[in-house]
Design a protein around this ligand. Structure first.
Ligand code: AOF
Ligand code: ZN
Length: 338
């Protein structure tokens, strides 16, 4: 049975509910239980690792009469594993749910397979409702789960002719205030912000997420990579979160360590050497390129060698957003298929 407009609206609501949950090592998931007549019986969302899953949360709020013959609308495939909670597929079956509509498959090795289990018990299952919207919300979690390392966004600002700074190294400000505000808003979606020591020495960035979103006020952890010493008076040292310093250029090691610390969404913010190294190593998932109508010329290119020897080997990106920010343009693009 193809999903109804009521179910699609319920999915929008479930996506809203999902955003109340924290951005943690678990995905943000929301659930809505609809009566056979299409009325909302209960809503739920996941409040982070170790707490009830969205479906179980919603089921616990059902009014008298329960969920017999009901439809569960969930942003992620109900899990099939007994972790700290779950399995949600089992809980839905026991509650008498007759139909499950979800947006995205759970790629987890142990948690996936819930849809199959539901179907095996005679539950009608439909996947893919508002898939793109859901992927927007938990795309980084999906990538991280598939790859077993943090999701990496590489961000840079450049002149129209692809320069990151003028010949003397000065780079503040290529882009305008709207682009800079946008950076701050997007930073608040990251768990960690990575820069090279060169950037710390040249720009002395604060690496804070100002104008973050009210639901998620926590600051990302600043991370500095490189052999050179970060000066005692560097602004990053007074960041509200304790900065992490890595005296290495082994990016796999850095990412593995960030992963172990539960930092799964990483923003790489420069400079050009570090950004290029992440891209060349195949460790960049998403790009945020802010392009300003400024011409600088000269040697300070936005990216160095990324391992493209000829045009047929160019890294061709899938653009997911172009945003006009005053006279600047932001490209949001994916380096791999998500
Ligand atoms: C669901 N509903 O609300 C969430 C799911 O560590 P645990 O036991 O919380 O399990 C986490 C895994 O369960 C997580 O990696 C993801 O695959 C799935 N998350 N599943 O059915 C939810 N948050
Ligand atoms: Zn679950």
């Amino acid at each position: 049975m193809a999903h109804s407009p009521v179910e699609e609206r319920a999915m929008s609501r479930a996506l809203e509910l999902a955003q109340r949950g924290p951005r943690s090592r678990n995905p943000q998931v929301g659930a809505v239980i609809l009566s056979p007549e299409g009325e909302i019986l209960a809503e739920g969302w996941h409040r982070g690792a170790g707490t009830a899953h969205a479906e179980v949360d919603a089921l616990s709020r059902l009014p008298e009469g329960g969920a017999q013959g009901a439809t569960a609308v969930v942003t992620l495939e109900p899990c099939n594993h007994t972790g700290r909670t779950g399995p949600c597929a089992e809980a839905l079956i026991r509650a008498g749910v007759a139909r499950v509509v979800y947006a995205l498959d759970d790629p987890g090795e142990v948690s996936g397979g819930g849809a199959e289990r539901l179907r095996a018990h005679g539950v009608d299952v439909e996947a893919g409702v508002l898939r793109d919207e859901a992927a927007d919300l938990i795309g980084p979690w999906l990538t991280a789960t598939r790859l077993g390392r943090p999701h990496v966004t590489v961000k840079w600002a450049q002149s129209l002719d692809g320069r990151a700074a003028a010949a003397d190294g000065s780079s503040q400000w290529i882009t305008g205030p709207q682009a800079r505000a946008d950076v701050h808003a997007r930073r608040s979606q990251a768990d960690a912000i990575v820069v090279g020591t060169g950037t710390v020495l040249a720009d002395d960035p604060a690496l804070t997420a100002r104008d973050g979103d009210a639901l998620h006020p926590e600051q990302p952890v600043p991370v500095v990579i490189g052999a050179r010493e970060t000066p005692a008076e560097a602004t990053v040292r007074s960041h509200p979160r304790e900065p992490l310093f890595y005296d290495t250029h082994d990016l796999d090691f850095v990412l593995a360590d960030l992963w172990d610390q539960g930092l799964h969404r990483v923003f790489v913010e420069g400079g050009p050497t570090l950004a290029s190294a992440f891209i060349a190593a195949g460790l960049a998932d998403r790009v945020l390129a802010y392009v300003a109508p400024v011409i600088l010329g000269g040697p300070r290119v936005a990216l160095a060698d990324v391992g493209v020897p000829s045009i047929d080997r160019a890294l061709r990106l899938r653009v997911t957003e172009t945003v006009a920010l005053g006279d600047d343009i932001l490209y949001v693009a994916e380096l791999r298929d998500s």
